[in-house]
Design a protein around this ligand. Sequence first.
Ligand code: AMP
Length: 398
Amino acid sequence: MKILVVNAGSSSLKYQLIDMETEKVLAKGGCERIGINGSLLKAKGNGKEKVFTKDMPNHKVAIQLVLHALLDEQIGVIKSMEEIDAVGHRVVASGEYFKKATLVTPEVLQTLEEKTFELAPLHNPAAATGLRACMEVMPETPMVLVFDTSFHATMPEKAYLYGIAYEDYKNFGVRKYGAHGTSHKFVAGEAAKFLGKAPEELKIVTCHLGNGSSITAVDGGKCIDTSMGFTPLAGVLMGTRSGDIDASAVEFLARKKGMSHSETVTYLNKNCGVSGISGVSSDFRDLISGAKKGNKRCDLALEMFAYQTKKFVGAYAAAMGGLDCIVFTAGIGENTAPVREKVCEGLEFLGVKFNQRANAGKNDGSIREISKKNSKVKILIIPTNEELVIARETAELL
Ligand code: AMP
């Protein structure tokens, strides 16, 4: 069985074709600048790379070009479009409308478009555009929606509710939904396999630390709490996002800076986080080199990020009543040794014994253990693979 995984943004469309018997990526690539001058597709297949420069006024033309690349003489990996058994679409927000991966029907498409757009106004409309384009170009192929939020659907009410009037939750769906669910699910599953245990036996805190960051408590294989909230603005401070902030401070800031509601939310999403604290960059590589050169605000940004992440680890150990494993994943989690060290510093009381030498080792793309042999709590670096989760869930549904 071959599954095409599609991740559509407003002007981009990334894809992977995965063979489910081997779980190997047969081909992958991405269309850039859809609807903008100078659009192109960078595609890989058969161990080769090819760039297609073609005007892509919309996502339909983009997906047609992707299929063209999959059938290409040099980099193509299939002989006919019929070899693609289904398409799995990444969708950021499901609200409470979809609790798991869902086969697209006219009703499902209607719910996606009418109910979920306001929950992720930048992401969900783009996913729906990608979906409609695929449905037009591949009308006979089953389409499946896989939601970033699904893994968090097991959170209990006490974890996902805010302290607002219950009717406001009921009427408007204002609650915590979480994010990066496919990544948290994948790395928690891989951690259990690596440790040779059943997921049911483990209490894991998964730290997806990237440009957007979230931390999740996975108890017995299920999410019981997560740091992101109603939107991906909540939790720890991130590249450019503020993370958690007192709502009164938001109103105060808006007044002082003369910003409207939506300008304030944009400000909190785009101009804050480690970028706002350091005044240098949202990229942790720049922060680390800045701190090494003595830039105090780069150092402060790194300290804040690690401190806030550590607090979630401690809180979730308390919420689960124990801790067996901490997992680091995503751009920062997989690559930034000083952040991992700072997060784990001082967690000895939980049974964490950090192995500095292993932590300083090279990232070779494999799972790495960075706790000492006698550490009660295992610490693992696990490269995330959200596309594989989307492909697996799509295949399972079929
Ligand atoms: P992501 O959103 O998962 O792609 O992560 C992006 C962030 O990871 C970047 O902003 C960097 O701060 C960080 N990052 C990515 N690669 C590296 C690396 N090789 N070394 C240090 N940080 C990295």
